[in-house]
Ligand binder design. Structure first.
Ligand code: SAM
Length: 277
């Protein structure tokens, strides 16, 4: 890293600030410059862009984002032990790094980003990756405040995000993501690339918002998919019973004997539109 930004190597930063990784905070750090650069590049051009980063930790990815030309990085970190290391980066990149201490699940991101062109880039802590993604997918109004999401997940979660109907990985996340975003897995990252290594392979997913997703209310689609995939092995007339069951399915012209994993996103939207208020 020293060659790129003149800041000390991350290993030194981690040992100087005593940042031994905490499992409870999903801390698996990336110290490989080539990899952090690759993630920054997967987000596309960063010139003139404000990047929202969740969980900067000691700042490896943060530094790659700044070195790759991000106009500004707003980094939300929960672990106060990481703040001194992040302030060193902020001092180096005068005015380009804003550090927000707090739990990303409680932060109103849109209030931090008035009017800016925003890309979200993060090596997410695994324990909050899915709820955070769902909150971005359910953002109102749509199109959202962000131009793209470039996020690291466990590979199995990444596969669920991009899965289509009929596949075992197809579920609530696939429907909510496929409804509003175009997504692809950019590349896999082996466990050994992290310090300490997690149990499984990770993948970086790149997602861009669709301008005009199929019409339906996000909250209604969230309810339908939650119920349908909550009992994914059951027929829809059973799994959707609490939402109107056979009557709801008839109004959306869907065979009540089908199972959630066979429905297209368009069919889920039809159910959501017919959901009683
Ligand atoms: N970005 C760094 C990297 O790539 O090396 C660290 C990534 S590590 C997988 C996840 C980071 O998220 C940790 O720094 C952890 O402290 C932070 N974190 C965990 N839970 C958080 C939360 N609820 N809100 C904000 N940050 C959180």
């Amino acid at each position: 890293m020293a060659a790129i930004d003149g800041l000390p190597p991350l290993r030194d930063v981690i040992s100087r600030h005593g940042l031994n990784a905490k499992k409870s905070l999903g801390q698996n750090f990336l110290l490989d410059l080539n990899l952090t650069q690759k993630i920054a590049r997967a987000a596309g051009g960063l010139e003139g862009v404000t990047v929202l980063e969740v969980g900067p930790g000691p700042g490896g990815l943060t530094r790659a984002l700044l070195a790759n030309g991000a106009e500004k990085v707003i980094a939300v970190e929960r672990d106060e032990r990481c703040l001194p290391a992040l302030h060193e980066i902020a001092d180096h990149y005068q005015g380009r790094l804003q550090i927000v201490e707090g739990d990303a699940l409680d932060v109103d991101f849109s209030s931090l980003l008035p009017g800016a062109k925003v890309k979200v880039v993060a090596n997410l802590p695994y324990n909050i990756g899915t709820p955070l993604l769902v909150s971005w997918l359910l953002t109102e109004p749509w199109p959202p405040y962000f131009a793209s999401l470039t996020l690291m997940f466990q590979k199995e979660v990444a596969q669920r995000i991009v899965a289509g109907p009929g596949s075992g990985a197809y579920g609530r996340l696939s429907v909510l993501a496929g409804w509003r975003m175009q997504s692809h897995i950019a590349f896999d990252v082996p466990r050994q690339a992290f310090t300490p290594p997690p149990k499984v392979t990770s993948s970086v997913v790149h997602m861009t918002p669709r301008d005009k997703p199929e019409a339906c209310a996000a909250s209604a689609l969230a309810r339908v998919t939650q119920a349908a995939f909550g009992q994914r092995r059951k027929m829809l007339r059973q799994s959707l019973k609490s939402l109107g069951g056979e009557r709801l399915l008839a109004s959306a012209d869907i065979d009540p004997r089908r199972r959630a994993e066979t429905l297209t996103i368009e069919e889920f939207c039809r159910l959501a539109r017919n959901l009683p208020q």
